[in-house]
Structure formats: structure tokens, C-alpha cells
Design a binder for this molecule. Structure first.
Ligand SMILES: C[S@@+](CC[C@H](N)C(=O)[O-])C[C@H]1O[C@@H](n2cnc3c(N)ncnc32)[C@H](O)[C@@H]1O
Length: 225
């Protein structure tokens, strides 16, 4: 498979997953917003909008990105040959133009520009979602993902979907990236269980958040039950 066909396949796997996720959320009447952490080219963001529209889901769409590309590595667990500071930079005006071209009404989305250690932390006082039904994490680095998951911690709710686009991207000599951040997070969350939902493409994995109190006889945070 050449690199263009492989890119097309990746886009279609992502799209198929997002369609199914919105179908499930709509069918189960799990309301709330869609929040994407790492939205660069707007590809996934636009897929999510189309999927929600086609299944009649009333999500508001939140885009969180530096719009300056990846930040510098913060440690060994950010290590990956493909992830260089500044990579995947998409300036905000280009992103907004793509959303407009896709027919997204201005009131249907909110953009929070900046690096997560500022925008997802106090004392940032800009707009942020309180009720999220679908979090799509696509910010590659361990350090970025750890901040995003910390932001999601008080916003976890039963039936919510968390997707990690780079779950299976990690370094040759250790656990790193989104998987390392998610495993650490899941091990330290109380009150919720993460049901493995759907892998997508060769790279992504998703989980459904379940209230632990509703699941008898389980003490594990991640299981295939
Ligand atoms: C793989 S791209 C996202 C691709 C996107 N989902 C799409 O469909 O085009 C990764 C994005 O994460 C953003 N990112 C990574 N770490 C970040 C951080 N700490 N703060 C803000 N943005 C970050 C980068 O700016 C980049 O746009």
C-alpha cells in the first residue's frame, strides 16, 4: 500500500469509528459535548460534526489546540521519532476556514487556542465544557495527554466515550505517549471503570466510561469484561 492509500485508509477508519461512536451515543441518549484535544487539520473535527448531524446528536463542538503544532518534549515518555516540536502546525485562520467550508455554523463550535498547560489549568478563565459525552484525544505526547486526562477527571460520566488516536504509537524502549498517560490515569481514577470499546485503524483505541458502582464484583479499572 502506498502512502496516499494508507492515509486514505486511516481517514476512513477514523471516520467509521466516529460514525459508530455517535450512533452509540445517540442510540443510548448520552447527551453532552464533543471535545477534541489536538485538532490541527480539522479532519477529525469535521468528521465528528457530520456524524453528530447524521444521527441527530445535539453536541456542541470544542476544539483545543495550540495551533502552533507540538510543544517541546517534556521528558522521555514524550519520545517518538515522528514527534518533533512544531510538527503538525495548522494556524487558526486555516482551521476556521475549513470549518466554514464544511458548513459548520459559528454557534455550533468553540475554539480554545493555546497550550494545554495554560488552557486546561486554573487560573485560565476562558470558556471550557462542563458536560462532555465524547472526548477525542489526539495530541500524541505523553505530557499533553496527561494534562488532558487530568482535565477530564472531574468531567467523567457514565456512558461517555474517550478515544485515544495514538494509543498504539509508542517508543522502542518504553511505554510512552497516550497509552502510558491513559494507563497511569486509569489506575488512579476512583469511581469509574473503562470498558475497552473499539480499536480504530492501526493506531487508535477507545473506551466507554462506566460508573464502577454499577458494576458488581469488579475492582479492575480496565478489563475486557
Ligand atoms: C496529530 S495532530 C491532531 C490531528 C487532528 N485530530 C486532525 O484531525 O487533523 C496533533 C495536534 O495536537 C496539538 N497539541 C499537542 N500537544 C499540545 C499541547 N500540549 N497543547 C496544545 N496543543 C497540542 C498540536 O498542535 C497538533 O495540532
Amino acid at each position: 500500500m502506498d502512502s496516499i492509500s494508507s492515509m486514505i485508509a486511516e481517514i476512513s477508519h477514523r471516520k467509521e469509528f466516529i460514525d459508530m461512536a455517535f450512533k452509540a451515543l445517540s442510540f443510548n441518549e448520552i447527551a453532552g459535548d464533543y471535545a477534541e484535544f489536538g485538532c490541527a487539520s480539522g479532519q477529525t473535527f469535521r468528521c465528528a460534526y457530520s456524524a453528530a448531524m447524521s444521527f441527530g446528536h445535539k453536541a456542541h463542538f470544542w476544539a483545543f489546540d495550540s495551533f502552533e503544532g507540538l510543544p517541546p518534549r517534556a521528558g522521555a515518555r514524550d519520545g517518538h521519532p515522528k514527534w518533533e516540536p512544531g510538527k503538525m502546525r495548522q494556524p487558526l485562520p486555516g482551521f476556521l476556514a475549513l470549518l466554514k467550508e464544511h458548513g459548520m455554523a459559528e454557534e455550533s463550535f468553540s475554539v480554545v487556542k493555546g497550550f494545554y498547560d495554560t488552557t486546561l489549568h486554573e487560573p485560565f478563565d476562558g470558556p471550557r465544557p462542563d458536560d462532555i459525552c465524547f472526548a477525542y484525544v489526539d495530541c500524541d505526547l505523553y505530557s499533553s495527554t496527561a494534562v488532558v486526562l487530568d482535565f477530564l477527571r472531574p468531567r467523567l460520566k457514565h456512558g461517555m466515550i474517550i478515544a485515544l488516536d495514538d494509543y498504539y504509537c509508542y517508543s522502542t524502549d518504553q511505554l510512552s505517549g497516550e497509552r502510558a498517560a491513559f494507563l497511569e490515569f486509569a489506575a488512579n481514577v476512583s469511581g469509574f471503570h473503562f470498558l475497552p470499546y473499539r480499536p480504530f485503524g492501526w493506531h487508535g483505541m477507545s473506551f466507554i466510561v462506566e460508573s464502577a458502582s454499577l458494576i458488581p464484583h469488579t475492582s479492575r479499572r480496565i478489563s475486557h469484561a
